[in-house]
Design a protein around this ligand. Structure first.
Ligand code: I3S
Length: 147
């Protein structure tokens, strides 16, 4: 059935700060620009806040939204080619829309062929921090229906 859970009801699985660089938006390559991002992982989505958690929370009250990406159909992998930094992984994900997932999980193949993805890099100098994040995101992706 077409049950789309309101994002507000999704459980936060992990949150924290990482270095983030978006390298493609809607399939278009971007100039790499590393910055610290507060990241919130839930079971179906990941949100990137440009500000500190405190600042982000007060912005939410004024209606400012973070960048929200859908974990359904997402892919992450370690990379040594896309950055000279250590502990970098890349992700390819699709935008969430207006608090709803852009596509029902069953339509994910349609999503992949019709919507260009967003590519980003995540990094931390601290090994266990980046490992925890990689596994948390990977597990969340793997738990979602494939098709
Ligand atoms: O992959 P690139 O283009 O070598 O990435 C570097 C650049 O984004 C650089 O900025 P400029 O475009 O202003 O040169 C950044 O300062 C570097 O951090 C980027 O490389 P790393 O290896 O740190 O991801």
């Amino acid at each position: 059935k077409d049950i789309i859970t309101p994002l507000e009801q999704l459980m936060v699985e992990k949150e924290g700060y990482l270095q983030k660089a978006k390298i493609a938006d809607g399939g278009k390559k971007l100039r790499k620009n590393w910055s610290t991002s507060w990241i919130v992982l839930s079971n179906q989505k990941i949100e990137f806040y440009k500000e500190s958690k405190q600042q982000a929370l007060s912005n939410l009250k004024t209606g400012q939204k973070p960048e929200c990406l859908d974990l359904c159909g997402a892919h992450i992998e370690w990379t040594k080619e896309k950055s000279s930094r250590k502990n970098v992984f890349q992700g390819l994900l699709w935008h969430c829309q207006d608090g709803k997932m852009e596509f029902h999980p069953q339509d994910v193949h349609k999503a992949i062929t019709t919507v260009s993805g967003n590519e980003f890099l995540l990094q931390s100098d601290i090994d266990f921090i980046i490992l925890d994040w990689f596994h948390a995101i990977k597990n969340a992706i793997d738990r979602l229906p494939k098709d």
